[in-house]
Design a protein around this ligand. Structure first.
Ligand SMILES: *[C@@H]1O[C@H](CO)[C@@H](O)[C@H](O)[C@H]1NC(C)=O
Length: 400
């Protein structure tokens, strides 16, 4: 049957030329169909440990990470993406080429145990192919991109969608991590997944089940963020066998590309000279505005507040201070006397420092009784020790 025309394209691995340990794989991919390839850790592991095959007991399982890029370029081509969840998981190259052409992809594997590296080359040739006219995108909530890329899971999902579409002639066009489309990182709990968008295309028109997505009833049911999640597919349209492959009915979108929009007409070219538009008419100046309220609010009010605060501060500093007489009255008489003695003596010494010709203050005199003011006769010697030592019989060693 013409409708049953085979849409099955196999990625043809044409040659594996091992030159200097660098394997090269060739793929032919039709434009507009999903390409996916699993980078197996075991194959790279055997590149690291060529001898381990000889000793079957000694199987290595090192963490390996992959670095993928277009040859001679820093990054992958726009259409190709790479994902690897963990160094102990396989990596995936996937994407949908939209223009024909050949890309040479360099895959470097780094052994995180020994830091050995090895390289493989992938030559991916995208060949021209008609874009499938009817496409639809589905959201699978309970999946993650690495879990749907293995071919077995892809065919499970495809089988469900084939029954929903009512045709075998169905191809997977794209698979996208929901995080790449603005989804949220799920909580690290069981039962929370990132979600995957799967886009499929067919030559056949949409089935009645799919067309019900366009009905007003569908949009009514699905409006409201919380209700949308619980809406089930209409009766007879629920085809998912494996719960984790079930689609979120409200996030289904149809793309009818069978009537491509006519390209917009080419712009008509003018002479290249602008027409004369008359004289320049400057716009009216805007109405004048009263700035006084703004001035009051921004200048006067803060100024008044500042003045009030400084007056308050001045009052507290100058009028509310405890005076010296008040403090003196509170102080114990003996302590006050002691304090005055120190104070007067300090004054006397200061006075002496500035004027050495005047009479020495009383306190500077030896043997002055501060209570009575009585003076002893000064000693004849001017060699007066500051501390009068007790007379000791063996004081010969003391300096004189
Ligand atoms: C596939 O999905 C990615 C990510 O959303 C997008 O950038 C790309 O254009 C899609 N390709 C096709 C052919 O729809």
């Amino acid at each position: 049957m013409a409708d049953r025309r085979s849409w099955f394209f196999f990625f043809t691995v044409c040659a594996v030329c091992a030159s200097g340990g660098n394997a090269e794989f060739k793929f032919t991919v039709p434009v507009g169909k999903l390409f996916s390839y699993e980078l197996m850790r075991e194959t790279f592991q055997s590149d690291f440990e060529p001898l381990s095959k000889l000793y079957a007991t000694n199987l290595y399982d090192d963490p390996i990470i992959f670095k993928c890029k277009l040859q001679n370029f820093p990054d992958l081509p726009e259409w190709l993406r790479f994902t690897q969840r963990h160094p102990f998981d396989n990596g995936f190259l996937y994407g949908t080429p939209m223009v024909p052409g050949q890309s040479i992809i360099e895959v470097w594997a780094v052994n995180k145990q020994s830091y050995q590296t090895t390289r493989q080359l992938f030559v991916i040739k995208a060949v021209d192919e008609k874009i499938l006219p009817y496409q639809a995108e589905f959201f699978i909530k309970l999946r993650e991109i690495e879990k749907v890329l293995p071919p077995a899971v892809q065919s499970e999902i495809k089988a469900d969608l084939q029954r929903l579409w009512g045709t075998e002639a169905l191809e997977i066009v794209n698979m996208t991590n929901a995080l790449d489309r603005g989804g949220r990182v799920p909580l690290p709990l069981a039962g929370h997944f990132e979600g995957v968008y799967v886009k499929v295309g067919s030559e056949r028109n949409f089935s009645p089940c799919l067309l019900s997505v366009l009905s007003p009833e569908h949009s009514r049911q699905c409006s409201g963020a919380d209700r949308g999640a619980r809406v089930k597919a209409p009766g007879g349209c629920n085809f998912c066998n494996i719960p984790s492959n079930c689609i979120s009915w409200c996030k289904t979108e149809l793309f009818d590309l069978s009537n491509p929009k006519p390209a917009p007409p080419a712009p008509t070219l003018g002479s290249g000279i602008l027409e004369d538009g008359g004289d320049f008419d400057p716009p009216e100046s805007p109405p004048s505005r009263d700035y006084f309220p703004d001035y009051v609010v921004t200048v006067i009010v803060p100024l008044i507040i500042a003045i009030v605060l400084s007056v308050l501060l001045a009052y507290v500093m100058f009028c509310r201070r405890e005076g010296v007489p008040k403090r003196n009255a509170k102080t114990n008489q003996f302590q006050l006397f002691h304090h005055h003695t120190i104070h007067d003596d300090t004054e006397g010494l200061r006075h002496m420092a500035s004027d050495r010709t005047g009479p020495p203050p009383l306190s500077a005199l030896p043997m002055f009784n501060y209570r009575t003011g009585e003076r002893r006769a000064p000693l004849q010697s001017d060699n007066i020790p500051l501390i009068l030592a007790q007379h000791e019989p063996h004081s010969d060693s003391m300096p004189r």
